[in-house]
Design a protein around this ligand. Structure first.
Ligand SMILES: [Zn+2]
Length: 181
């Protein structure tokens, strides 16, 4: 990915260098997923070392290189101190906010998959890859007011009905993967 960014930057430099623009640093590069990345993000997801490239859209959804994404922690097992139930995120909830602010040692992944079976790494004595069904983060549902989800005014039963009815397929219908330019 660094290489692609570098080559794009070089190309840009060559292009604007010919025109002798004084401040090429201020030219915004359109960062879009390339064909390979689009294929990986649609299947097992793209691994990220940190959340620097994750942007928060005006509707509070999360995006990566011009596309809305679902995001989750890929590394589990001994690498994590807390053993909470794994969830995936679709919005800028307080958990994502703290993840963005605190540098952690484990990896994340962003995905366009349309089912709820996620590719995870088990980090232990031996590291292995496995697939696990995850549920959507309730705080994300609250941020998006998904199907009128409410953390406080709604019964636990009503909340869980919405959580278990949530699918990424429907999410990407309501919030299209490709951002409008
Ligand atoms: Zn969340």
């Amino acid at each position: 990915m660094d290489f692609l960014e570098d080559s794009a930057l070089t190309e840009l430099r060559l292009r604007i260098g010919a025109k002798l623009l004084p401040k090429f640093e201020s030219v915004a590069l359109p960062e879009l997923l390339n064909a390979t990345e689009l294929s990986v993000i649609a299947s097992e997801g793209i691994e990220l070392e940190d959340l620097e490239l994750i942007r928060v859209e005006g509707d509070n959804t999360l995006s990566f290189k011009g596309y809305r994404v679902a995001l989750y922690i890929r590394d589990h097992g001994l690498v994590r101190e807390e053993q909470t139930l794994p969830v995936f995120h679709v919005a800028y909830c307080p958990i994502i906010k703290s993840m963005k602010e605190n540098k952690r040692l484990y990896r994340y992944a962003v995905t366009h998959q349309e089912d709820e079976y996620f590719t995870l790494n088990w980090i232990g004595e031996h590291t292995s890859r496995f697939t696990q069904q995850l549920t959507v983060c309730q705080r994300c549902l609250s941020v998006l007011k998904w199907d009128h989800f409410d953390m406080h005014e709604m019964s636990k039963e009503a909340q869980l009905l919405i959580v278990f009815a949530f699918t990424l397929k429907v999410f990407f219908t309501r919030y299209p993967k490709k951002l409008a330019v």
